[in-house]
Design a binder for this molecule. Structure first.
Ligand SMILES: [Fe+2]
Length: 298
């Protein structure tokens, strides 16, 4: 339903009050500045994976997909972290840049929206696509979509695209955000959205899904999708030694807090994301971006 596709979705009153309080508390960006002073805290990992896809024609070159999520432009994400994340993304020389949502924290201000556009514009990928996350729907999603579109990105909310040759045997499906689409009036369910997105690329043999949260998994499983890319969890954001999260949002996030997981022929990858959110630092949940290389296997 086009009118409600990007509707701003209200969060709880308690969360609204907390956001207002955090905006005052973090005013001036001191928290991100302090984070950046911690030795090593601005390092962003590049996580590389190979994915063998049975039946992919031998003549096709490998498909390289760079994935980044949870940028969280705002007062709790150091500029240095974003600089390194985007340097990593540019260095991959990927064919496709996929973005997993949560582009901002504490609102889509004009400054943040312009910064997002400028940073994404500089990534030299042939195809750029994005889904939106809970913080985007709580902000001004239409402004974020506009900025991303100007940066050459196709925003997929229950939508899909077929990649251009020589990777036109691959389609990418972008799902709505499972958390904020729940209970939204006039929304279509994730299942209906996925059905429609899949129907548009029915003849394409290899399908990859992007969803802000791994809680999109129940919809995607058993639907012929080979790879699900997600973020949202931040790997716990604050975790104990051994990368053991104290708390993770969502049932599938708790199952797969970060990393690659093979589930019934579907590869699920959950990124720890890049930026800060309520707590302006991370422990044992270092920021990451990812590069997936898809090859045929015979
Ligand atoms: Fe996030």
């Amino acid at each position: 339903m086009p009118g409600s596709r990007l509707s701003r979705r209200p969060h709880t009153r308690a969360y609204h009050i907390m956001e207002r309080a955090l905006s005052v508390l973090y005013h001036g960006g001191w928290a991100a500045w302090l984070w950046a002073r911690v030795p090593g805290a601005c390092r962003v990992g590049l996580i590389e994976h190979e994915l063998l896809v049975p039946g992919r024609e031998a003549g096709r070159p490998p498909l390289r997909i760079a994935f980044a999520s949870d940028l969280h432009l705002g007062p709790t994400t150091p500029r240095e972290v974003l600089d390194e994340a985007f340097a990593r993304l540019r260095s991959t020389q990927a064919d496709v840049l996929a973005l997993g949502g949560d582009y901002v924290f504490l609102g889509a201000t004009t400054e943040r929206v312009h910064e997002l556009q400028a940073r994404v514009q500089q990534v030299p990928a042939t195809v750029k696509l994005a889904v939106l996350g809970n913080h985007d729907f709580w902000a001004r999603p239409e402004h974020l979509e506009d900025a991303l579109t100007k940066a050459g990105v196709r925003v997929l909310v229950n939508d899909s695209i077929r990649l251009p040759p020589p990777h036109d045997d691959v389609a990418v499906i972008g799902l709505d955000d499972p958390l904020t689409s729940w209970g939204v009036e006039e929304r279509i369910t994730l299942q209906e959205g996925l059905d429609a997105a899949l129907a548009r690329v029915a003849g394409v043999p290899i399908k990859i899904a992007v969803c802000h949260s791994p809680d999109g998994y129940p919809e995607v499983k058993g639907r012929g999708v080979r790879l699900l890319l997600a973020g949202h969890t931040h790997g716990g954001h604050i975790a104990l030694p051994g990368y053991r999260p104290l708390w993770i949002p969502g049932p599938h996030g708790r199952l797969w807090p970060f990393g690659r997981h093979e589930v019934d022929g579907l590869t699920v990858f959950v990124s720890r994301g890049v930026g800060g959110s309520i707590v302006p630092c991370r422990t044992y949940a270092p920021p990451d971006v990812a590069l997936f290389t898809l090859r045929g296997s015979h």
